[in-house]
Design a protein around this ligand. Sequence first.
Ligand code: PEP
Length: 253
Amino acid sequence: MRKLAAGNWKMNGTGDDLDEVRALIDAAPAPKRTDIVLCAPATLIHRMGEIAMGSSVQVGGQDCHPKTAGAHTGDISAAMLREAGASFVIVGHSERRTDHRETDIIVRAKAMAGFAEWMRVILCLGETLAERQAGRTLEVVGGQLEGSLPTSFPPEIKPKDALIIAYEPVWAIGTGLTPTNDEIAEVHAFLRTALVARFGEAGQEMRLLYGGSVKPSNAAEIFALPNVDGALVGGASLKAADFSKIVQALDAA
Ligand code: PEP
């Protein structure tokens, strides 16, 4: 299975920041076992795609609307993302679940919209600090997986390639805090078992990413954990110098 280093620029970046994409391509020209994707603000997808064409870096969107088109001011469809040059899309990020009150049902519809456009979908799950402290992490994450996984896939979509799960504890995102290695390993083992129960052997080959304050200094130890097949990285993906070190740590794991 190829690993995946996914960067999430969130609402950061204007044209000047595209130099970071050029620098990343130079710093990580051809990882042996790792795919790289930068999920850009919609305004940068097209230009990023032009810069990244033919390189090791692919481009993704950060969200899509469940519908293909229509009266949804400010939203963007998977078809639009794809046309702009994205081949991945993040759905269910905790910032979307919180800021835009997205439920599992909405997240599932967005994932299905992504698959309908032949995109790879990074589906995010994760517990809040209160839920972890109440001992409810596996219940919450399991419920989100059950509630937001698509119930069917278009015939041309192979879930093992197209579906990527990102475990992102909400309290670890952008805070500098991370779960212990045992806590990450526990959730990833739980998710692996759930994916195998749902998809059979294909579930063994689905990529499971960890996300939440991944940095060059903690990447190697996180990537050494079982069932961690990559990372979804926010802050540290904005600078090529940091993100390329994370890519290298993943490729070496
Ligand atoms: C994220 O945006 O998904 C994320 C994990 O952010 P950070 O790496 O900054 O914690």
